[in-house]
Design a protein around this ligand. Structure first.
Ligand SMILES: Cc1ncc(COP(=O)(O)O)c(C=O)c1O
Length: 410
């Protein structure tokens, strides 16, 4: 079965314009269903939660429904494991400030050199409290994280390993389930940045058995808003950062400072609606009976299509003698997402996207806040990498147009 691209694209009004969006890892286009939900909240339940009057009750019910929907989206055990807030950077900062209070000087945290800074800086900041930070590096030949390199970094004092599910530069999917088991065997916790993964593959925090997981809705077809997952036992135990009278058991509120964009949380139900409709559209009578399994069906189609468009672009780039793909060269949907980065011999990466703009195609260059990786690869002086980040609504025709545009430049 193949994804019906005409139908898919109808759900995203912005795609009817003249631009091709290939900077999706910076932010995807928004589902009309999400926008409609946000409007619905604001136009008919924009009051403070928790009062006795009917509209306040309605607002609370809507938020609860959205939280449940997002719990289903990541397969959390319950809504109590879902905290929503302004951005992944902020959620990880909140988490590190809270977790940091439970660590003692000399305790250790391991970060990688291939993460977005959001999941590095928040942990490095704990050095000021006497924590030791170690770095798990990708190997220069494979550009992958190897468990054998994590082993010697782990000690009795290791409290947490923080890494990305998929690199927003390399596109590589890290084997989180295996890594989580390894880390848990050594009595540490694991915190995953799922921002670059969640738009492409269905997250399953229970199957991965991770302690913490974050993602940003504006890369998953929604608004600028984010989610932090934590195992309930951790969220209950951790100190909150809210006012002193917000109780220890008051999840998510103890981690949410102020009234945090409830309308945007509610909007994300539009993603659930979309994934459910995608499943119904393609599977008809064979559609799974429950939302979670409809999501499984939808993401199966999504990932197959993503592999197809990645394959087209990677084939082209791999065959250009002056181009070096930075990341896996194969399109395999099990091991990479369609975030494809490359450099061109003798051409500064900064000069390429502006030339592509003229074709109404949006791509981008730089370090994408994975600065430590770009520096480690020695690519800073070359303007970093050129990144083409695709999602399921991109078409083969769009990839062909991009290839034609590249042909004019290198
Ligand atoms: C992999 C990754 N992690 C984290 C972030 C930060 O997300 P936010 O803007 O929600 O803080 C980004 C943003 O580009 C990202 O690509």
């Amino acid at each position: 079965m193949i994804l019906n691209l005409d139908k898919v694209r109808e759900y995203f009004p912005a795609l009817a314009g003249e631009w091709t969006f290939f900077d999706n890892a910076g932010g995807s286009q928004t589902l009309k269903k999400v926008v409609d939900r946000i409007s619905q909240f604001l136009l008919s339940s924009d009051v403070q939660l928790g009062a006795s009057y009917t509209i306040s009750q309605l607002a609370g019910e809507r938020l609860a429904l959205a939280t449940k929907g997002m719990a289903t989206f990541i397969n959390a055990n319950s809504s109590k494991e879902v905290v929503m807030g302004p951005s992944t950077t902020m959620m990880l900062k909140v988490l590190s400030m809270s977790l940091g209070q439970t660590f003692t000087p000399g305790d250790e945290v391991i970060v990688t050199n291939c993460d977005h800074e959001a999941n590095i800086g928040a942990w490095v900041a704990l050095e000021k409290q006497g924590m030791k930070v170690k770095v798990w590096q990708v190997r220069p030949d494979t550009l992958e994280l190897h468990l054998a390199d994590l082993e010697p970094l782990m000690s009795q004092r290791t409290k947490l390993v923080a890494l990305t599910h998929a690199s927003n530069v390399l596109g590589t999917i890290n084997p989180i389930k295996e890594i989580a088991a390894f880390v848990h065997d050594r009595n540490a916790m694991i915190c995953i940045d799922g921002v670059a993964y969640a738009p492409h593959r269905l997250v399953d925090v229970q199957d991965l058995d991770v302690d913490f997981y974050t993602l940003s809705f504006y890369k998953v077809y929604g608004p600028h808003h984010a989610l932090l997952y934590g195992k309930e036992e951790h969220l209950l135990r951790l100190p909150g950062l809210n006012h002193y009278f917000i109780t220890q058991t008051d999840i998510p509120y103890k981690f949410q400072l102020g009234n945090v964009n409830f309308e945007l949380s509610y909007g994300m139900l539009g993603l659930c609606d979309y994934l459910s409709e995608l499943a119904q559209l393609h599977y008809g009578d064979e559609t799974a009976p429950d939302l979670r399994n409809q999501m499984v069906q939808a993401f199966d189609l999504i990932s197959i299509h993503e592999e197809k468009i990645s394959d087209r672009l990677l084939n082209y780039l791999n065959n250009k003698p002056n181009v070096r793909v930075i990341g896996q060269s194969k399109a395999d949907r099990q091991t990479r997402v369609p975030t494809i980065s490359f450099v061109v011999d003798g051409i500064n990466s900064s000069t390429i996207p502006a030339k592509i703009d003229q074709n109404y195609i949006g791509i981008r260059y730089g370090d994408f806040y994975a600065r430590r990786l770009i520096e480690y690869l020695g690519l800073a002086s070359q303007g970093g990498i050129v990144r083409v980040s695709m999602v399921h609504y991109n078409t083969l025709e769009e990839v062909n147009s991009l290839i034609e545009a590249f042909e004019q430049i290198f």
